[in-house]
Design a protein around this ligand. Sequence first.
Ligand code: URA
Length: 476
Amino acid sequence: MEQITFAPTFAGWQRAARRALARGIAPEAVAWEELGDDQPSLGIFGEEADDSGVDVSAFRVPRSFVALAESVACHRDPRRWGLLYRALWRLTHGEPRLLDLAVDPDVHALEAMEKAVRREVHKMRAFVRFRAVAHEGAEWHVAWFEPEHHIVERNAPFFRDRFAGMRWSILTPDRCAHWDGEHLSITAGVPRSEAPSADAVEGLWRTYYGNIFNPARVKTRAMRKEMPKRYWKNLPETAIIPALLARAPVRVERMIAASDAQVVRPEEWELARPPAGADWDALRDAAHSCRACPLWHDATQTVFGEGPRPAGLMLLGEQPGDQEDRAGHAFVGPAGKLLDAALAEAGIERGGAYLTNVVKHFKWEPRGKRRMHRTPGEREARACRPWLEAELRIVQPRVVVCLGATAATAAFGPGVRVARDRGEFRPSPLAPHTLVTWHPSALLRAPDPDTQARQRAEFVADLRAALRRREETRAA
Ligand code: URA
């Protein structure tokens, strides 16, 4: 039996496995011995396997095996290395199509491991909760997570892309990932005691969760499946779940009693619940945890409105786009640039108006590597509506400009048509003076330059009219 000692990462194993293959060592003759893990980063990303001195040309394996092995390497089961080597051996010794045999015990075991790792990657994305701490005079966000598998390095680029604008650390017992706004780094694991345990944001979280908690929706088995109990301790909201559950029957009774029809209508369960009487800061913080519709799941963050409060003028868009989703601010992408130019032409200072969207999460679908915008549906707009209404209560705009069809529908219902109805002030539930105009993205998508020029002129004229109306109604 040959003992092979290697760094327990994909690159470390790959290097060792290639050497073993080159020496013709059969799988049953190898004992895989993991090197002590005291180095900070052992190279899921960055480190290449060093094959110097080994002729690997004879060992071509399908790309799918490399992808599978990279994933399986993150599994915690120490038997994975031997299993991978046996599969590698078989692939290079007369069974090149091995991976097509889903019923083969080795393939089956590897695929199960790959699936477990994939799930864990997903769970980490869903259940990491950052806490704000002061660090060297600035704000740093720190999260504690206990992954079942070695997925921190694999997931770190995802968090870097999603939270590029924040500086953060994700601490785990195995590895820690850090992003300082410019560099991603990996350090050794730390004990839980190094993670901050509570902050002001968290108090808000609990209040908010208590507010939106709907006992009639509680399915504890489903909850455990989606949010395994071992993650609960890291989530601020779960600290209050037992108490809420204990009170659940009483609250269900109350909810039923409160309903006119003596039933709790399912569509009401999907409404966002802004904390009653909250000021704008508390609203924005609570909105960051909104789970009223499924859009939160694939979005980076809630993009809440911004601007003066009160403000005579509110500009209402549809939903954040790709760049807004990453930046956390409305209208900062291409449509935002066009809006800025049109506002300047109309004589409106962007900072003088309150800017928000009907839907506060980015709805998208993947197309290759891109996240393509999808128009939010009526249900999502309805679920999100309480946030808009809470903003309107605080901002008290006299004039609301609805940018595009989703915003126009939020004001006037489904019968409204932008091309037909734009440019006219009418009262709506949003404001006494509500104006529909083009969405800046519609100008970007205009079919030809003439149409674009016409729509742009109309857009600027509508914004000018909104400015005039704001001034005219100032004293009233
Ligand atoms: N489109 C919108 O409707 N809102 C934004 O914030 C960005 C693009």
